[in-house]
Design a protein around this ligand. Sequence first.
Ligand code: SF4
Length: 442
Amino acid sequence: AAAPPPARHLFSDPAEAEALRRNLLAWYDKRKRDLPWRRLAAAEPDADRRAYAVWVSEIMLQQTQVATVIDYYNRWMQKWPTLQALAQASLEVSIAGARCSPCPHSSSSNPVLCLLRQEVNELWAGLGYYSRGKRLQEAARKVVSELAGQMPRTAEDLQKLLPGVGRYTAGAIASISYGQATGVVDGNVIRVLCRLRCIGADSSSPAVIDRLWDMANALVDRSRPGDFNQALMELGATVCVPKGPLCGECPVKQHCRARHRKLFGKPAPVPDVEDCGKCVGGCPLCPPATEPWDSSLGVTNFPRKAPKKQPRVMRTATCVLERRGCHGAPEYLIVQRPSSGLLAGLWEFPSLPLAQDLQEEQQREALADHLQAWLGQPVAAGDLQFVGEVVHIFSHIHQTYVVYSLPLDGGMALDPASSPSRWVTEEEFHAAAVSTAMKKVL
Ligand code: SF4
């Protein structure tokens, strides 16, 4: 087993840890933001409903700022206020769903599920990581069908039994909904703990993350674990922010070793521990010797991360096929992406990833061939009109869409030969589960 880290990186004094909990919770009681999931979790007497309300908020918050999530959250909870409602939705579609047989949208053997997925995707589309919405719905079905509608009651079981629920989400649900004394570690907690204890080793490395989980579990308040975890995250979101932290207003500033170091130019003394002076070189939690403390950065010396990998550079040809609909309004052809991988199950204009070194003529030819496969009719490369380029940055991909358009006159009102595809008006396009990148393309 790895040697324990030097005490200057821990909360080894029980009295100090207790004071930190007290100060943080007192601050939270006064300053916490009034958020719909907090209101639901506080007022809901039923543990399963409480856990569901927290679960939805946690999945949404993993991806997006609180201010954006509120509206999505309220809409989601209105539409599916309970696990049962979310699972039941497929039943309703099946009863009302003559249109799903035969299913035009999926090769899935379960067209009902396919339509529901589409509905879930549409609600989720603006939030980013689309597959999480889908997995939430699948997990809800599992709870209803395999667990008799009862949410697992511990962080360990939540993580083990529910697809898409990782260690963080399980800890958040269990501590907030059931009062289990278990910690959580997310980006905000990493930042706060690394600053409080001058942890400067790569905070994305598994060894450091493991230590942070140990610390979070040891530090969590036994009588108010949910509030304590939310307070720690709230501190990171509103006070101990990545740039320009508001240390003067911080409720735990007297426990913060990064702040001590900034003010006094040297590490904080650690009572009764003889190793604080030796915490240089070989310490698993100190900054690497090659990147020592930079006094111009102050507390933002922490946390540190290994440099990011360069995003993959991709080019994709995409074609906006346009025809006149029955009322003369333009309609566009959109097609559905595969059910796994990037932007799984979302709709887009017919698109084709391009090899890096293709000349423009070759791009056109390749795109024309691709369109022919969708339309079932030849498409002349020369008819494709180059419109421009749209750059969209995904977290790990730098994507350039090379955009072409192809207006179809009345005599060429083609019907797509392949499913899943459909013609949509501009309004329908914006309401459909399309990615932000495709909205830019349009
Ligand atoms: Fe963060 Fe500053 Fe508070 Fe330390 S004193 S925890 S760096 S806000």
